[in-house]
Design a protein around this ligand. Structure first.
Ligand code: PLP
Length: 386
């Protein structure tokens, strides 16, 4: 029998060792780890809302009124007012009939895909879809097809093939992100919608990294392109730009009722703490407000400065990948930034394909112009990237 130590040694030798580091203090993009200060470029808190007083005050109020825990699954006795108010807020912002929230985005992806797809159905995923979508798809038992990243020709081919073979009651669901989590690029959403409509398929769009960042009210790429009304399943997380935690699925009433009745990650899990739901609602209201717009403008200013300093094209999202090639180069680059007091994570296999290890820089409205200058001068001092 192999020992855990042997397995760990294999992981270490492959340059894939991961470990946790305790953060002792946090002040916006400034962290203290093991007594040392760092400037953080690894957070998904794109608007700096995780420390916004409006969210904290909503959370405190819910804490006082509803206590620290939800006591049970939503279906047993944990369906407290803050959860319903959050869902009403999502419904009205997304313009759908209904919405359901989960404890995390991961639980949302797994719960949604396993509820809506099964043995006689087909799920067609972009190759770069997040692990939560892949896990949900696998667990569903549906036939799983994957198209190369953003490749519409191949998507069309898979849709054609799947619809030719589909059983009479079968469903086809196309699954994509709007902003891809490790590349920061965008899906060709309008073309994907045209294709799924042509073949009578459904579309699940995960806006995890677009919420708060894209669209006139920060609701995502679908809002930016005025396509919200043509997307069957609008998914996202409240743990990134919304500065809290949780996940949501916005859709028509029947889909949401189906999830309430079938999604095991919803049914068999204690409801999130009410303070989380209250803070998330405050975050969404803020994102859609003029203040949200100001924060988005600040983020765009930082991205523009980054692009000017580094001579890179203006990023389309807050995520900027810097290719390094192999795991060791990515790790070395990340370590050398760390010793300069800058936190940028090395992203390695299996999060990205082998040979495509990278630094993943994320910018936030909480950074100032000097922070970006500091980052860019440290990047310029790295040995040449692959
Ligand atoms: C982060 C992420 C998730 C998971 O959301 P959590 O709330 O962190 O569980 C799902 N999809 C994508 C694309 C993500 O980046």
């Amino acid at each position: 029998m192999r020992t855990p130590e042997e397995e760990l040694e294999t992981i270490r030798q492959a340059g894939l060792w991961r470990q946790l580091r305790q953060i002792e203090a946090i002040d916006g993009p400034r962290l203290t780890i093991e007594g040392r200060p760092y400037l953080n470029f690894s957070s998904n808190d794109y608007l700096g809302l995780a420390h916004h007083p409006a969210l904290a005050s909503a959370a405190k109020d819910a804490l006082d009124r509803f206590g620290t825990g939800s006591a049970a699954s939503r279906l047993i006795c944990g369906s407290l007012a803050p959860h319903h108010e959050l869902e009403e807020c999502i419904t009205s912002l997304k313009g759908t009939e209904a919405a359901l929230t989960f404890a995390t985005g991961y639980a949302t992806a797994v719960g949604t895909l396993t509820s809506l797809a099964g043995k006689n159905d087909v799920l067609i995923l972009d190759k770069l879809c997040h692990a939560s979508l892949v896990d949900g798809a696998r667990l569903s038992g549906a036939t799983l097809r994957v198209y190369p990243h953003n490749n519409l020709e191949k998507l069309e081919h898979l849709l054609q093939q799947s619809s030719d073979k589909l059983s009479p009651h079968g469903r086809i669901i196309v699954v994509t992100e709007s902003v891809f989590s490790m590349d920061g690029d965008l899906a060709p959403l309008e073309d994907i919608i045209a294709l799924k409509e042509r073949f009578g398929a459904l579309l699940l769009l995960d806006e995890a990294h677009a919420l708060g960042v894209l669209g006139p009210r920060g609701l995502g790429l679908a809002e930016e392109l005025e396509l919200q009304g043509r997307i069957d399943l609008q998914m996202g997380t409240l743990g990134k730009a919304a500065g809290t935690s949780g996940g949501y699925l916005a859709a028509n009433r029947a889909v949401i009722d189906l999830l309430i009745n079938k999604a095991r990650s919803f049914i068999y899990s204690t409801a999130p703490v009410p303070a989380q739901a209250a803070a998330a609602k405050a975050a969404l209201q803020l994102i859609a407000s003029p203040e949200g717009n100001t924060l988005r403008q600040q983020l765009r200013d930082r991205l523009q400065e980054f692009s000017t300093h580094t001579n890179c094209p203006l990023p389309r999202s807050a995520i900027v990948p810097i290719p390094c090639g192999d795991n060791d180069s990515a790790l070395a680059a990340s370590e050398s930034l760390r010793s300069a007091g800058i936190l940028v994570p090395a992203i390695r296999f299996p999060t990205v394909p082998r040979g495509q290890a990278r630094l993943r820089v994320t910018l936030s409205a909480a950074h100032d112009a000097q922070d970006i200058a500091t980052l860019c001068s440290a990047l310029a001092q790295l040995p040449d990237q692959a």
